[in-house]
Design a binder for this molecule. Structure first.
Ligand SMILES: [Ca+2]
Length: 397
């Protein structure tokens, strides 16, 4: 298919009422957009280089509501229906609903312009399917409820211990957010964390979690025979990009009387890949304060080794998929062994995620992995249950 088309001055690009197959961006020249009312032609706009036109018909699959004609000789770059629709389908459901509603209003306005003010009452069929609308409404409700969860203390932190594989005691914790919904019960994180990230609510949520985790660590340290030394908290890209991120960290550390050295910020490779430069700067500032930084789910993203080396991170968390597979699968075992070598070479600590059985734990210990996290040791637990676990802790090896 040809993605660039040329038109001579005066030539029609498309006519009103045509089926819309593509939109255009003007590369050179200019294009008039017009509509007809009886014999009269109404000029709606003139599109210049860099401007888009013809997008309405391909978004809602309706006939062209206006015609387009080259004013001068021009070159147009085509955007196919597929190119645009793929993006609209992948976008946030609320945004998708807004696009459809704006389009509907625009069509109504155009219709009135050419039909003596008559409304588009019968109108084109509703373009937004029932499922798409439900999805948008669900997303709006979920976000409202999440705001409520934050205001009404429905969020709770659960903790999973990270066990020192050499010494057999609890070395630290990962704080995991849970939502106790008054009607729906415990809402799983994979339902609400993505919504929190999309809406930006993740920022106040993470701040709340960070503060709570700093406070709870002190209680855990009091309860254990070998006081755990760190608390890991998950941070998202939105957290990092918020302009007062570092101020908020400083404030919480000061307010809770927490030493920066006991805090580990967990971030994913994906976050790093999205804005590597900002990530490096912000992480550098965190390291200067003395906090530790862990790369979460390591091995599932695409960080290059040179980028990894340039980061101020000091801990790698090996993704659970490798740990689960390592006993039955030689290539997973070799991968874990290489990651151990890499971490040692870069002077980083290693955490194995998803440790479920003693044979893996023994194998990881033999390989020299520092910490293990998983159901073998403890599942994520509320604060009070975690304190009980710490009081009765025994070396699992
Ligand atoms: Ca994590």
């Amino acid at each position: 298919m040809e993605y660039r088309r040329r038109f001579r001055a005066g030539e029609t690009v498309f006519a009103q009422g045509d089926a819309g197959q593509c939109a255009y961006v003007v590369e050179e020249g200019s294009v008039d957009i017009f509509t007809r009312a009886g014999d009269r032609e109404i000029l709606l706009a003139t599109r210049q280089p860099g401007e888009l036109f013809g997008e309405m018909a391909i978004i809602d699959d309706q006939p062209r509501s206006a015609g387009a004609r080259a004013v001068t000789d021009c070159t147009l770059l085509m955007i196919t229906r597929d190119q645009l629709n793929q993006r609209i389908e992948r976008t946030d459901p609320i945004l998708r609903m807004c696009i459809q509603v704006v389009l509907r209003h625009l069509r109504d306005t155009l219709h009135r312009l050419t039909n003596d003010g008559a409304r588009l009452d019968a109108g084109p069929p509703e373009q937004l399917s029932r499922e798409a609308r439900e999805e948008a409404l669900d997303a709006i409700r979920l976000e409202q409820e999440l705001q409520g969860a934050l205001d009404q203390d429905q969020l709770v932190l659960w903790y999973q211990p990270l066990v020192d594989l050499q010494k057999g005691h609890v070395a630290g914790f990962e704080a995991l957010m849970r939502w106790r919904h008054p009607e729906r019960g415990l809402v799983p994180p994979f339902t609400f964390i993505p919504a929190a990230e999309r809406s930006g609510l993740i920022v106040p949520m993470t701040r709340w979690a960070f503060r709570r985790a700093c406070l709870d660590l002190k209680d855990f340290q009091d309860a254990a025979t070998h006081p755990p030394t760190f608390m890991s908290v998950n941070f998202s890209g939105k957290d990092f990009m918020s302009p007062d991120f570092l101020d908020a960290i400083d404030e919480t550390l000061a307010e809770t009387g927490t030493a920066p050295q006991v805090v580990k910020l967990e971030i994913t490779e994906t976050l790093l890949m999205h804005s590597p430069e900002t990530a490096r700067q912000v992480l550098g500032a965190c390291r200067d304060r003395g906090t530790s930084i862990a790369i979460d789910d390591f091995g599932t993203g695409y960080s290059s080794l040179s980028y990894l080396q340039s980061l101020p991170a000091d801990t790698l968390k090996i993704d659970q998929s490798f740990i689960r597979a390592m006993l039955n699968d030689d290539s997973s075992r070799s991968l874990v062994r290489s990651i151990v070598g890499l971490a040692k070479g870069l002077d980083m600590k290693l955490v194995a995620e998803g440790v479920e059985g003693m044979p893996e734990a023994q194998a990881l210990r033999a390989l020299g992995v520092d910490y293990g996290q998983g159901y073998l040791f403890a599942k994520p637990l509320p604060r009070a249950d975690m304190i009980e676990v710490l009081r009765g802790w025994q070396d699992p090896f």
